[in-house]
Design a protein around this ligand. Structure first.
Ligand SMILES: Cc1cc2nc3c(=O)[nH]c(=O)nc-3n(C[C@H](O)[C@H](O)[C@H](O)COP(=O)(O)O)c2cc1C
Length: 321
Protein backbone atom coordinates (compact mmCIF):
# COMPACT_ATOMS: atom_id res chain seq x y z
CA UNK A 1 0.00 0.00 0.00
CA UNK A 2 1.22 3.48 -0.72
CA UNK A 3 0.42 6.33 1.60
CA UNK A 4 -1.85 8.90 0.01
CA UNK A 5 -0.96 12.36 1.07
CA UNK A 6 -3.17 14.30 -1.28
CA UNK A 7 -5.39 16.61 0.67
CA UNK A 8 -6.74 19.30 -1.66
CA UNK A 9 -7.89 21.35 1.31
CA UNK A 10 -4.46 21.51 2.88
CA UNK A 11 -3.01 22.38 -0.54
CA UNK A 12 -5.57 25.16 -0.94
CA UNK A 13 -4.65 26.52 2.49
CA UNK A 14 -0.94 26.41 1.64
CA UNK A 15 0.01 24.25 4.61
CA UNK A 16 3.52 22.84 4.91
CA UNK A 17 2.52 19.96 7.22
CA UNK A 18 -0.76 17.94 7.20
CA UNK A 19 -1.10 18.75 10.89
CA UNK A 20 -3.99 20.55 12.56
CA UNK A 21 -4.23 22.04 16.04
CA UNK A 22 -7.70 20.97 17.20
CA UNK A 23 -9.90 23.77 18.53
CA UNK A 24 -9.76 23.90 22.32
CA UNK A 25 -12.16 26.11 24.22
CA UNK A 26 -10.23 28.61 26.41
CA UNK A 27 -6.90 26.80 25.73
CA UNK A 28 -6.81 27.24 21.96
CA UNK A 29 -6.18 30.98 21.91
CA UNK A 30 -5.46 33.22 18.95
CA UNK A 31 -1.78 33.22 19.93
CA UNK A 32 -1.50 29.42 19.83
CA UNK A 33 -3.55 29.12 16.63
CA UNK A 34 -1.38 31.74 14.93
CA UNK A 35 1.81 29.96 16.03
CA UNK A 36 0.61 26.68 14.50
CA UNK A 37 -0.44 28.28 11.20
CA UNK A 38 2.69 30.42 11.02
CA UNK A 39 4.83 27.29 11.47
CA UNK A 40 3.08 25.54 8.58
CA UNK A 41 0.24 23.62 10.27
CA UNK A 42 -3.36 24.75 10.67
CA UNK A 43 -4.26 26.42 13.95
CA UNK A 44 -7.80 26.69 15.33
CA UNK A 45 -9.26 29.07 17.86
CA UNK A 46 -11.58 27.27 20.30
CA UNK A 47 -14.74 29.23 21.07
CA UNK A 48 -17.16 27.02 23.05
CA UNK A 49 -20.12 29.08 24.23
CA UNK A 50 -18.49 32.44 23.55
CA UNK A 51 -20.21 35.59 22.32
CA UNK A 52 -19.30 36.88 18.87
CA UNK A 53 -17.14 39.68 20.27
CA UNK A 54 -14.98 37.23 22.26
CA UNK A 55 -14.39 35.33 19.03
CA UNK A 56 -13.49 38.56 17.22
CA UNK A 57 -10.93 39.45 19.90
CA UNK A 58 -9.07 36.14 19.49
CA UNK A 59 -9.32 36.21 15.69
CA UNK A 60 -7.73 39.66 15.73
CA UNK A 61 -4.96 38.51 18.09
CA UNK A 62 -4.20 35.71 15.63
CA UNK A 63 -4.26 38.06 12.64
CA UNK A 64 -1.66 40.27 14.31
CA UNK A 65 0.72 37.32 14.45
CA UNK A 66 0.20 35.62 11.10
CA UNK A 67 -0.97 36.22 7.56
CA UNK A 68 -1.47 32.48 7.08
CA UNK A 69 -4.96 30.95 7.20
CA UNK A 70 -6.22 29.68 10.55
CA UNK A 71 -9.58 28.34 11.63
CA UNK A 72 -12.31 28.84 14.22
CA UNK A 73 -13.86 25.85 15.98
CA UNK A 74 -17.50 26.45 16.81
CA UNK A 75 -19.90 24.76 19.18
CA UNK A 76 -23.13 24.48 17.18
CA UNK A 77 -25.21 24.06 20.33
CA UNK A 78 -24.18 27.52 21.53
CA UNK A 79 -26.95 30.10 21.98
CA UNK A 80 -24.62 32.62 20.35
CA UNK A 81 -23.93 30.61 17.22
CA UNK A 82 -25.48 33.15 14.81
CA UNK A 83 -23.33 36.01 16.07
CA UNK A 84 -20.27 33.75 16.05
CA UNK A 85 -20.82 32.95 12.36
CA UNK A 86 -21.39 36.66 11.64
CA UNK A 87 -17.97 37.44 13.12
CA UNK A 88 -16.35 34.57 11.20
CA UNK A 89 -17.76 35.97 7.95
CA UNK A 90 -16.91 39.60 8.79
CA UNK A 91 -13.34 38.76 9.79
CA UNK A 92 -12.67 36.66 6.71
CA UNK A 93 -11.81 33.47 8.60
CA UNK A 94 -10.84 30.73 6.11
CA UNK A 95 -11.73 27.49 7.91
CA UNK A 96 -14.46 26.40 10.31
CA UNK A 97 -14.52 23.19 12.36
CA UNK A 98 -17.78 22.28 14.00
CA UNK A 99 -18.70 20.17 16.99
CA UNK A 100 -21.90 19.15 18.76
CA UNK A 101 -24.46 19.38 15.99
CA UNK A 102 -25.24 19.67 12.29
CA UNK A 103 -23.53 22.54 10.42
CA UNK A 104 -25.67 22.16 7.28
CA UNK A 105 -27.99 25.15 7.96
CA UNK A 106 -24.91 27.38 7.71
CA UNK A 107 -23.09 25.55 4.93
CA UNK A 108 -24.35 27.53 1.97
CA UNK A 109 -23.32 30.91 3.32
CA UNK A 110 -19.96 29.61 4.57
CA UNK A 111 -19.17 28.04 1.21
CA UNK A 112 -20.32 31.18 -0.62
CA UNK A 113 -17.65 33.03 1.38
CA UNK A 114 -15.04 30.42 0.38
CA UNK A 115 -14.80 28.96 3.90
CA UNK A 116 -13.69 25.34 4.29
CA UNK A 117 -16.00 23.44 6.67
CA UNK A 118 -14.84 20.38 8.61
CA UNK A 119 -17.06 18.85 11.28
CA UNK A 120 -15.72 16.62 14.04
CA UNK A 121 -17.34 13.17 13.79
CA UNK A 122 -17.37 10.32 16.31
CA UNK A 123 -18.89 7.64 14.01
CA UNK A 124 -19.19 6.50 10.38
CA UNK A 125 -22.91 7.29 10.24
CA UNK A 126 -22.30 10.91 11.15
CA UNK A 127 -19.37 11.10 8.73
CA UNK A 128 -21.58 9.85 5.89
CA UNK A 129 -24.36 12.25 6.81
CA UNK A 130 -21.90 15.16 6.82
CA UNK A 131 -20.53 14.14 3.43
CA UNK A 132 -24.08 14.03 1.99
CA UNK A 133 -24.72 17.53 3.30
CA UNK A 134 -21.62 18.78 1.47
CA UNK A 135 -18.87 19.43 4.03
CA UNK A 136 -15.28 19.57 2.74
CA UNK A 137 -13.59 17.10 5.11
CA UNK A 138 -14.28 15.32 8.39
CA UNK A 139 -12.23 15.10 11.56
CA UNK A 140 -12.60 11.55 12.91
CA UNK A 141 -11.95 11.89 16.62
CA UNK A 142 -11.36 8.90 18.88
CA UNK A 143 -12.12 8.69 22.58
CA UNK A 144 -8.44 8.81 23.56
CA UNK A 145 -8.76 12.58 23.03
CA UNK A 146 -8.86 15.26 25.64
CA UNK A 147 -12.16 17.13 25.97
CA UNK A 148 -15.60 15.92 24.91
CA UNK A 149 -15.50 12.49 23.34
CA UNK A 150 -17.52 9.77 21.65
CA UNK A 151 -17.31 6.00 22.12
CA UNK A 152 -14.93 4.80 19.40
CA UNK A 153 -11.14 4.58 19.61
CA UNK A 154 -9.05 6.33 16.95
CA UNK A 155 -7.60 3.01 15.77
CA UNK A 156 -11.06 1.55 15.08
CA UNK A 157 -12.81 4.74 13.95
CA UNK A 158 -10.38 6.21 11.40
CA UNK A 159 -10.17 3.31 8.89
CA UNK A 160 -13.93 2.82 9.02
CA UNK A 161 -14.57 6.51 8.34
CA UNK A 162 -11.96 6.44 5.56
CA UNK A 163 -13.88 3.56 3.93
CA UNK A 164 -17.24 5.23 4.45
CA UNK A 165 -16.60 8.61 2.79
CA UNK A 166 -14.86 10.06 -0.26
CA UNK A 167 -13.76 13.34 1.29
CA UNK A 168 -10.49 13.87 3.21
CA UNK A 169 -10.41 12.40 6.71
CA UNK A 170 -8.31 13.99 9.44
CA UNK A 171 -7.50 11.66 12.34
CA UNK A 172 -7.65 12.96 15.91
CA UNK A 173 -7.15 11.44 19.33
CA UNK A 174 -4.04 10.00 20.93
CA UNK A 175 -1.52 11.39 18.46
CA UNK A 176 1.52 13.26 19.80
CA UNK A 177 4.53 12.09 17.82
CA UNK A 178 5.60 10.84 14.41
CA UNK A 179 4.66 7.25 15.24
CA UNK A 180 1.05 8.24 15.89
CA UNK A 181 0.99 10.45 12.80
CA UNK A 182 2.41 7.65 10.62
CA UNK A 183 -0.14 5.21 12.04
CA UNK A 184 -3.01 7.59 11.26
CA UNK A 185 -1.79 8.03 7.69
CA UNK A 186 -1.42 4.24 7.36
CA UNK A 187 -5.07 3.95 8.41
CA UNK A 188 -5.96 6.14 5.42
CA UNK A 189 -6.21 9.58 7.02
CA UNK A 190 -4.85 12.44 4.94
CA UNK A 191 -3.99 14.60 7.91
CA UNK A 192 -3.79 14.52 11.69
CA UNK A 193 -5.23 16.70 14.43
CA UNK A 194 -3.70 17.07 17.88
CA UNK A 195 -4.91 18.89 20.95
CA UNK A 196 -3.06 17.75 24.06
CA UNK A 197 0.41 17.90 22.41
CA UNK A 198 -0.04 21.62 21.73
CA UNK A 199 -1.12 22.41 25.31
CA UNK A 200 2.49 22.27 26.50
CA UNK A 201 3.87 24.20 23.52
CA UNK A 202 5.90 27.28 24.43
CA UNK A 203 3.25 29.44 22.75
CA UNK A 204 0.38 27.82 24.68
CA UNK A 205 -1.12 30.32 27.10
CA UNK A 206 -2.63 27.87 29.58
CA UNK A 207 -1.77 28.23 33.28
CA UNK A 208 1.56 26.76 34.47
CA UNK A 209 -0.32 24.33 36.75
CA UNK A 210 -2.11 22.88 33.69
CA UNK A 211 1.15 22.47 31.77
CA UNK A 212 2.83 20.84 34.78
CA UNK A 213 -0.10 18.45 35.22
CA UNK A 214 0.29 17.21 31.63
CA UNK A 215 4.08 16.95 31.90
CA UNK A 216 3.73 14.89 35.09
CA UNK A 217 0.82 12.72 33.91
CA UNK A 218 1.14 8.97 33.39
CA UNK A 219 -0.77 6.97 30.76
CA UNK A 220 -3.55 6.08 33.21
CA UNK A 221 -4.04 9.54 34.71
CA UNK A 222 -7.14 10.59 32.76
CA UNK A 223 -10.75 9.84 33.69
CA UNK A 224 -14.05 10.27 31.83
CA UNK A 225 -16.66 12.46 33.48
CA UNK A 226 -20.23 12.28 32.19
CA UNK A 227 -20.11 8.56 31.38
CA UNK A 228 -23.49 8.12 33.02
CA UNK A 229 -25.05 11.55 32.72
CA UNK A 230 -24.34 11.92 29.01
CA UNK A 231 -21.79 14.56 28.09
CA UNK A 232 -18.58 12.53 28.24
CA UNK A 233 -15.35 14.47 28.72
CA UNK A 234 -11.79 13.22 29.23
CA UNK A 235 -9.90 15.12 31.91
CA UNK A 236 -6.83 14.57 34.07
CA UNK A 237 -7.78 13.10 37.45
CA UNK A 238 -8.21 15.58 40.29
CA UNK A 239 -10.61 16.27 43.15
CA UNK A 240 -13.35 17.73 40.92
CA UNK A 241 -13.24 14.88 38.40
CA UNK A 242 -13.28 12.15 41.04
CA UNK A 243 -16.14 13.86 42.89
CA UNK A 244 -18.09 14.19 39.61
CA UNK A 245 -17.77 10.48 38.80
CA UNK A 246 -18.64 9.48 42.38
CA UNK A 247 -21.76 11.66 42.32
CA UNK A 248 -22.85 10.22 38.95
CA UNK A 249 -22.73 6.69 40.36
CA UNK A 250 -24.63 7.80 43.47
CA UNK A 251 -27.36 9.39 41.33
CA UNK A 252 -27.65 6.26 39.17
CA UNK A 253 -28.67 4.31 42.23
CA UNK A 254 -31.52 6.71 43.08
CA UNK A 255 -35.08 6.10 41.81
CA UNK A 256 -35.11 9.56 40.17
CA UNK A 257 -31.49 10.46 39.32
CA UNK A 258 -30.74 14.19 39.21
CA UNK A 259 -27.88 14.44 36.73
CA UNK A 260 -28.44 18.14 36.16
CA UNK A 261 -27.08 18.96 39.60
CA UNK A 262 -24.08 16.73 38.95
CA UNK A 263 -23.41 18.41 35.59
CA UNK A 264 -23.32 21.78 37.35
CA UNK A 265 -20.19 20.56 39.16
CA UNK A 266 -18.32 20.99 35.88
CA UNK A 267 -19.70 24.38 34.94
CA UNK A 268 -16.91 26.93 34.43
CA UNK A 269 -14.25 24.41 35.39
CA UNK A 270 -12.36 24.29 32.06
CA UNK A 271 -11.81 28.03 32.25
CA UNK A 272 -10.73 27.67 35.90
CA UNK A 273 -8.12 25.09 34.84
CA UNK A 274 -6.86 27.04 31.82
CA UNK A 275 -6.77 30.53 33.30
CA UNK A 276 -6.44 30.07 37.08
CA UNK A 277 -4.79 26.65 37.19
CA UNK A 278 -7.32 25.67 39.88
CA UNK A 279 -5.77 22.34 40.93
CA UNK A 280 -8.75 20.93 42.86
CA UNK A 281 -11.70 22.55 41.10
CA UNK A 282 -10.61 22.83 37.46
CA UNK A 283 -11.41 20.49 34.56
CA UNK A 284 -7.95 19.76 33.14
CA UNK A 285 -9.13 18.41 29.80
CA UNK A 286 -6.35 16.34 28.24
CA UNK A 287 -5.97 13.09 26.34
CA UNK A 288 -4.56 9.67 27.20
CA UNK A 289 -1.39 10.58 25.32
CA UNK A 290 -0.52 13.07 28.12
CA UNK A 291 1.66 10.33 29.61
CA UNK A 292 4.01 10.60 26.62
CA UNK A 293 4.35 14.39 26.67
CA UNK A 294 7.41 15.33 28.68
CA UNK A 295 8.62 18.56 27.17
CA UNK A 296 7.64 22.12 26.52
CA UNK A 297 8.89 23.16 23.10
CA UNK A 298 7.98 25.71 20.42
CA UNK A 299 5.18 24.82 18.03
CA UNK A 300 7.57 24.95 15.05
CA UNK A 301 9.74 22.25 16.64
CA UNK A 302 6.73 20.09 17.48
CA UNK A 303 5.60 20.12 13.85
CA UNK A 304 9.09 19.63 12.43
CA UNK A 305 9.92 16.70 14.74
CA UNK A 306 6.62 14.90 14.20
CA UNK A 307 6.79 15.19 10.46
CA UNK A 308 10.45 14.14 10.26
CA UNK A 309 9.68 11.03 12.32
CA UNK A 310 6.46 10.21 10.43
CA UNK A 311 8.02 10.50 6.98
CA UNK A 312 11.02 8.43 8.14
CA UNK A 313 8.74 5.64 9.40
CA UNK A 314 6.62 5.69 6.27
CA UNK A 315 9.61 5.90 3.95
CA UNK A 316 8.22 8.89 2.08
CA UNK A 317 10.13 12.05 1.22
CA UNK A 318 10.07 14.88 3.73
CA UNK A 319 9.50 17.70 1.28
CA UNK A 320 9.48 20.36 4.03
CA UNK A 321 13.26 20.28 4.45
C1 LIG B 1 -8.44 21.45 26.70
C2 LIG B 1 -9.18 20.90 25.50
C3 LIG B 1 -10.30 21.57 25.02
C4 LIG B 1 -10.97 21.10 23.88
N1 LIG B 1 -12.05 21.82 23.39
C5 LIG B 1 -12.61 21.44 22.22
C6 LIG B 1 -13.64 22.24 21.62
O1 LIG B 1 -14.03 23.28 22.16
N2 LIG B 1 -14.17 21.83 20.45
C7 LIG B 1 -13.74 20.68 19.81
O2 LIG B 1 -14.26 20.35 18.73
N3 LIG B 1 -12.77 19.89 20.36
C8 LIG B 1 -12.19 20.27 21.52
N4 LIG B 1 -11.15 19.52 22.03
C9 LIG B 1 -10.63 18.37 21.25
C10 LIG B 1 -9.44 18.78 20.36
O3 LIG B 1 -9.84 19.68 19.36
C11 LIG B 1 -8.78 17.57 19.66
O4 LIG B 1 -9.65 16.96 18.75
C12 LIG B 1 -8.31 16.53 20.66
O5 LIG B 1 -7.62 17.14 21.72
C13 LIG B 1 -7.43 15.51 19.96
O6 LIG B 1 -7.00 14.51 20.83
P1 LIG B 1 -5.65 14.60 21.71
O7 LIG B 1 -6.00 15.44 22.89
O8 LIG B 1 -5.37 13.18 22.07
O9 LIG B 1 -4.60 15.20 20.84
C14 LIG B 1 -10.51 19.93 23.20
C15 LIG B 1 -9.39 19.26 23.71
C16 LIG B 1 -8.72 19.72 24.83
C17 LIG B 1 -7.50 18.98 25.32
Amino acid sequence: MTIKLENPIFDKLGMKYPIVEGGMTWAGTGVLAAAVSEAGGLGFIGTGYWHGEDVRREVRRAKELTDKPFGVNVMLMSRHIREVFDVILEEGVKVVATGAGDPSPFLEELHAAGIVVMPVVPSTSLAKMMERKGVDAVIAEGMESGGHIGQMTTMALVPQVVDAVNIPVIAAGGIADGRGAAAALALGASGIQMGTRFLTAKESEIHENFKKKILKARDIDTIITGNISGSRARVLKNKMAKEYVKREVEELQKPAPDYETVEKLESGTLRAAVQQGDKDGGAFMAGQISGMINDEKPVAEILEDIWAQATDILGIPNTTK
